[in-house]
Design a protein. Structure first.
Length: 236
């Protein structure tokens, strides 16, 4: 299952004229940074360590400019960002869900690392203005990331959450996730009360407890999820 996707269009690595453009995009950002922001941060983290230090410093300043809404004169960092994609190669990066786990699928076989990072940064600047701040914050973290771009990286960007589809749902739409955890349907949710939330929480905690047949190794996580779901709904 494709959760987020970015197509980067770029000139050949050996081409004298270096160009980049954005192709197809599926970058969910509700609420920001969302799965789209996670993918853009992943692209930057995956390529930053392979970028020349001088260009990496320039990338840092470019992110600052774009985050501040400043106009960026082209070309920048030896590459021209353009709308025209004619004659350019394509690299597609994805964030996918597989057996409940989140995984990055990067297109590392074509293009320069700087082209991929630049495209991710320009893609962030193309998002609605209200979503850009958190996405650029995630990209800044990615630019400074040291190590593999794996589940540990995802957890860092997601605020400590486990890199899974369930945690992504909780991150993207915490209220909907909380209602799902407590088994509060749509019709109930529209008129839900604190009393209903508390009653459902107590019943499900009792059901999850090992003394009532719950699996010991899963009980702690289940009860923690129930407690977090209750907190989210009671704070609405």
């Amino acid at each position: 299952m494709i959760v987020a996707e970015l197509e980067v269009c770029h000139s050949r690595a050996i081409a004298p004229t270096r160009r980049i453009a954005l192709g197809g995009r599926n970058l969910p950002i509700a609420p920001s940074p969302g799965a789209g922001g996670l993918l853009l941060a992943g692209i930057v983290a995956n390529t930053a360590s392979r970028i020349d230090p001088e260009l990496r410093e320039g990338l840092f300043h470019l992110i600052e400019q774009l985050a501040a809404g400043e106009r960026v004169v082209q070309p920048r960092l030896r590459h021209r960002y353009q709308a025209d994609r004619v004659g350019l190669l394509s690299s597609v990066h994805r964030l996918v869900g597989h057996d409940g786990r989140l995984e990055f699928v990067f297109a590392d076989e074509t293009g320069r690392p700087i082209q991929q990072s630049l495209a991710a940064v320009y893609a962030a600047a193309s998002l609605p203005s209200e979503a850009q701040g958190p996405v650029f914050d995630a990209i800044m973290q990615a630019l400074l990331w040291v190590g593999d771009v794996d589940r540990r990286f995802m957890s860092q960007i997601m605020g400590g959450r486990v890199a899974s589809m369930a945690e992504l749902c909780a991150w993207n739409d915490p209220v909907a996730w909380a209602r799902d955890v407590l088994g509060i349907g749509k019709s109930e949710a529209e008129g839900s009360s604190k009393r209903l939330v508390q009653r459902r929480f107590r019943w499900l905690v009792r059901e999850a407890h090992p003394d009532h047949g719950g699996l010991t190794e899963e009980a702690a996580k289940r009860i923690a999820d129930l407690a977090e779901a209750r907190r989210i709904l009671l704070s609405e």
